[in-house]
Every structure is written in structure tokens, then in C-alpha cells.
Write a protein that binds this ligand. Structure first.
Ligand code: DGJ
Length: 570
């Protein structure tokens, strides 16, 4: 028996599917995650790294010629990292024959432009569907079976209930990671890997192939139940609620434990989904048993793929999420089983080889989503978002308030270049990034997000209560100023009475948090920039620019930095 297990392990490891000796093959300076206080940081070449990223359109990285003129614009946009697709169909056009010329070219181009890469593995699934698997997979549905919907028809989605599907993907991904270790294991151009893209079943709330139906009728697996019971106190509140609502049982089928799945009579995207209902359904869990069941299957499939890759080259891996949202509120209208907040615990159980669960964050509930994605120590990495004024305010907010590892608007092909909100904001963020990184997880930094309906926020940081106010100066102060819809402001406490503040269209007042009889004055206030971590002062602000010596004003409609030293009097 023992000999048999050993032989299986050797075969699995040779095939890249087992847990081989990743660490010994990997440079210890390779990108990895490290805790700092309450934060988790990405460490590259021994130093914490903040990803100021952007994601290319899906097809861009498939052509090095297409990419050539784009690189200078990506550099001008002050990115330090580009998120780029690597697809199964291009690296394994014939079964077992790998072609890494495109990957190597991408690495060379990125290095020539002093940029890092995060590579997105488009394997079995992309936005719920299966479109990036090679033609030899697509055309052999007998060998590589598809999921089914409740009308008995196939969905254009590789089923998670096929080990053949899973292992073919895992072999290709392992080959990619082996190659990356060989060509990048010392250079670290590639920082992280996204495994698949927005996985989950789209078009039905769960797979209804015969194998899936059979598994759905069986009890929730005992090892998953054990995990949920062991983590009962820290489970996502959404999961806890569904579980408790259905009697808090410790065993039973998926529907006995978590309530009924979607009835066959309900049509997805159907006529019953009026605009009004869309909003009622949003954030309410529908057919939780279907979604939880699919989360179990997807997480375990993705884990096998990821583990095969990690065994070759161990750098941080994340999975990204198509979120439940007003336009697609029910599982199947958004990919069912992807790592939405309600199923994070199931993903943690099923996919320990995944380091980060990430939101693709296009919805207005930005702060709330960041909060849901930082529960239980999940590091925040936002691989997709809009750019522009709102996107960039969100980037500052994510780094300052939620200790984000990185931020990356989608579709950089359209808005690369220097004369953009993204370029200006990333320039400022990259200047202050050493300070942000030094303060993450230590309670010495925060950020606020403000707009015309939420104009003021008050909070304590260090020895002061701080009021941050969305503010548009009167015309005599700055005639060219235009009213932004959204801003963010970042506050870093650098000493008992010292702060670095990054803001725009902002007024800031300080009050003593330790003695209410004291009046707080602005001792000195400098504009400036950091260059390689050193403060380079610009104008010394005083007089009209620091009204009555009492407030900081950020009058410009682009972000800037001020260093203020406060003093107190009675
Ligand atoms: C989300 C996907 O993850 C991306 O690959 C891309 O298709 C965008 N949507 C398009 O908006």
C-alpha cells in the first residue's frame, strides 16, 4: 500500500500536480507576502512593494507588435506594474507542446521599460465561461465535458466535475510556472499570478450535469463541515446567517443545511427581474445552497491548478471575483461559486494554495467591499476597477485605509499616457509610497473618501482629532479650479505633532484629542514631494494659504502633499 502511494506521489509530482519542493526551487528573494502589524504586504527583493498597476485589455498581450507602442505610454502613466493575460490556448496550441515565445517577449518588453508584471492565467475559465482553452480542448467535449443547465443543455463552461478538465489545466499552468521560474526566478519581473478569471457558473445557479446533481444530493462533505465548525466564530456573517436560518445543522445535504436551490421555474435574467427587484435582490443571498456548492467545486478545482503551479514556482497567487451587484444580483447572473464575500470561508477551505481573494471593484459600494475583502486577514489587492477621478480616489482610499497591496484599473490601453488623472495620481502615490509602506498595519495612517453628499469626516489619528472636508475654494483663490465629484485624502502621522497629508479640494482642521482646552495651531506647513524616500520641500505655506494659522488647504484640483507640524496653546 505504502509503495503504491509513493509511486503515485512521484508520478503526480513529475506531472506537476503534486506538492513538490517549491521552496527549494525558489529564490528566497522571490515575491512573497509578509505580515507587518495588522497588514499583509507584498515583498519583492527583500522590500515591501506597492503595486501601482493597470490591466491591459484581454487580447493586448497576445501580440508583441501591438504592445510595442503602448509601453512608453504605460511608463508615462507612472505605473510600476502591468497586469497582462497569458492564455492556455496560446501556450499549449497542441497538447503537450508548449510555446512560451509570447511570454518571453512580454517579459523582455516589461524589463526594457523597467516595469513589473502580474500575469493572469486564462485557463479553464474567463468571466465564468470557457473561451481560452485550446481548440483541442474545445472540440473534444467527450473528453473535456461541459457543465449543464436545468433545461438539460450544455453551458459553454468546462465542468468542475471532471478531473480530466482540471488536470489538463493544471499541467499547462504548471508548465507556465516552471518556465517562469527558469526565466524569471532571479529577476522577479513577475510579481504575482491571477489564477483563472472571474470563475463561477454563469447562466444557471449551479452545474446540473449528472455528476453535479448526484453530488448536490449527497451530504455536504464532512471535511468541509469540520472546517466550518472549527471556524464557526469567524465565518463570514452572510454564511453564518444562512446556516443559522436553516437550523444550524451539523450535517445534511446542501439544501438541508443552506436552504433550497433555484427552482426550475425561475428564469435567470428573466422577466421577473424588474429594475425594482434587481435592487431588492442585491446583497441578499439567493439559492445559497447552489452558490455554496459551486464555491466548493470551483475552489477545489482552482486549488489543484494553483498547487501544481506553486510546486514549480512559489509566488503569491490570487483569484478575482465578479461581484454580486444590482444588475446581476442572483447566482448564475453573476458567476455562481466565484469568491464572493459570502463564500470566502468555503474558498479558504477548498483553495489553500490561493493567497488572496480579490474583488473586481466596479460597484459604488467601494469601502464596504474593501471591508468585506479584508475580513480574517485577507490582503486587499484590487485587480480591476474604473480609472478616472473616482478610480483614483478609490486607489488612495484603498492604500491608506485598507492597507491595499495594489490597485489596478482595467483597460489601460485606452487611458495610458501622462496627461491623465491616473498618471498624476500614481505619480504622487509613488512619491509617497515608501512612507505608506512603512506605515501600513501600524495604526499611524488612514484615509477618507469624500464627495458632494458625504462632505466631511472626522477621525482620530495619533494625538489629534482631524476633520477632513471636501472643499472648493472661492474663485479669488483659484479661478481654474473645477469641482470634482469624488476625492480621497491620505493622512500619515510621522511624529507626535507631525502629519503628511495627501489631498485635493480639501480643508483639514486639527483638534487636540488629549486636552480639549488646548487650541491647535499650524506651526509650519510645507508643500513637497518625496524622492527616493527623502522629503523635498516646495513652497512654505502660510498667510492666505493657511487661513488664520488654523487649517490646511488643498486648493488644486490635482493631488499634492503637505507636511504639517502642529503646536498647541491655551
Ligand atoms: C471583467 C473581466 O474580468 C475582464 O477580463 C474584462 O472582461 C472586463 N470585465 C471588461 O469590462
Amino acid at each position: 500500500m505504502k509503495t503504491k502511494i509513493l509511486i503515485c506521489a512521484v508520478i503526480a509530482s513529475l506531472a506537476g500536480l503534486g506538492g513538490s519542493n517549491a521552496q527549494t526551487k525558489t529564490d528566497p528573494a522571490a515575491p512573497h507576502l509578509e505580515r507587518q502589524g495588522t497588514a499583509t504586504q507584498l515583498v519583492v527583493d527583500g522590500k515591501p512593494f506597492m503595486v501601482l498597476g493597470a490591466e491591459l485589455n484581454n487580447s493586448s498581450a497576445s501580440s508583441l507588435e501591438y504592445m510595442k507602442p503602448l509601453w512608453p505610454k504605460l511608463v508615462a502613466a507612472h505605473l510600476n506594474t502591468v497586469l497582462a493575460t497569458v492564455s492556455w490556448e496560446l501556450i499549449e496550441p497542441q497538447e503537450g507542446r508548449f510555446d512560451f515565445r509570447g511570454v518571453d517577449g512580454l517579459l523582455q518588453q516589461a524589463r526594457a521599460n523597467d516595469l513589473h508584471l502580474v500575469l493572469l492565467w486564462f485557463g479553464s475559465w474567463k468571466n465564468g465561461r470557457s473561451t481560452y482553452e485550446p481548440l483541442w480542448v474545445k472540440t473534444d467535449q467527450k473528453r473535456f465535458p461541459l457543465a449543464c443547465s436545468d433545461d438539460g443543455k450544455s453551458l459553454p463552461i468546462l465542468t468542475t466535475f471532471s478531473d480530466v478538465n482540471r488536470d489538463a489545466d493544471a499541467r499547462a499552468f504548471a508548465a507556465l510556472m516552471r518556465h517562469l521560474r527558469e526565466v524569471d526566478g532571479r529577476k522577479h519581473t513577475v510579481l504575482m499570478i491571477q489564477v483563472e478569471n472571474e470563475v463561477g457558473t454563469l447562466g444557471d445557479s449551479r452545474d446540473r450535469s449528472p455528476a453535479a446533481n448526484e453530488a448536490f444530493a449527497r451530504p455536504v462533505p464532512a471535511d468541509l463541515m469540520d472546517y466550518l465548525l472549527q471556524h464557526k466564530d469567524t465565518l463570514a456573517p452572510e454564511l453564518q446567517e444562512v446556516w443559522a436560518t436553516h437550523g444550524g445543522k451539523t450535517s445534511g445535504t446542501w439544501e438541508e443545511m443552506f436552504g433550497p436551490g433555484k427552482p426550475a421555474s425561475v428564469q435567470l435574467y428573466g422577466p421577473d427581474l424588474t429594475d425594482e427587484k434587481k435592487n431588492i435582490y442585491w446583497q441578499q443571498l439567493n439559492w445559497a445552497s447552489d452558490e455554496f456548492f459551486m464555491a466548493w467545486r470551483y475552489s477545489m478545482y482552482v486549488n489543484t491548478v494553483a498547487a501544481a503551479g506553486k510546486a514549480e514556482y512559489n509566488i503569491p497567487f490570487y483569484v478575482n471575483t465578479w461581484l454580486q451587484q444590482p444588475g446581476c444580483p442572483r447566482p448564475g447572473e453573476y458567476p455562481s461559486g466565484g469568491p464572493t464575500p459570502q463564500v470566502h470561508d468555503i474558498w479558504r477551505f477548498g483553495a489553500p494554495a490561493i493567497d488572496i481573494l480579490s474583488p473586481d471593484l466596479y460597484i459604488p459600494q467601494f469601502g464596504e467591499t474593501c471591508a468585506r475583502y479584508t475580513r480574517n486577514g485577507n490582503p486587499l489587492f484590487i485587480p480591476e476597477s474604473p480609472a478616472g477621478q473616482l478610480g483614483m480616489a478609490n486607489a488612495i482610499y484603498a492604500f491608506g485605509k485598507y492597507n491595499a497591496i495594489g490597485f489596478s484599473p482595467f483597460g489601460i490601453d485606452r487611458f495610458a499616457g501622462s496627461d491623465r488623472e491616473l498618471a498624476r495620481t500614481y505619480d504622487m502615490l509613488s512619491s509617497v509610497s515608501p512612507l505608506i509602506l512603512a506605515n501600513q498595519g501600524k495604526g499611524t495612517m488612514t484615509a477618507v473618501s469624500l464627495d458632494a453628499t458625504n462632505t466631511t469626516q472626522t477621525f482620530r489619528l495619533g494625538n489629534y482629532n482631524i476633520e477632513a472636508k471636501f472643499w472648493v475654494p472661492p474663485a479669488w483663490m483659484n479661478a481654474t479650479n473645477t469641482l470634482p465629484e469624488h476625492i480621497a485624502a491620505l493622512f500619515i502621522c510621522t511624529g507626535p505633532d507631525d502629519y503628511i497629508v495627501m489631498g485635493r479640494n480639501l480643508a483639514v482642521h486639527f483638534a487636540s484629542a488629549t486636552n480639549t482646552n488646548e487650541i491647535v495651531g499650524i506651526g509650519t506647513d510645507e508643500e513637497g514631494m518625496y524622492e527616493q524616500g527623502r522629503w523635498i520641500p516646495g513652497r512654505r505655506l502660510n498667510g492666505d494659504e493657511v487661513p488664520d494659522g488654523q487649517a490646511l488647504h488643498f486648493r488644486d484640483d490635482k493631488y499634492s502633499l503637505q507636511h504639517v507640524k502642529l503646536y498647541r496653546y491655551q
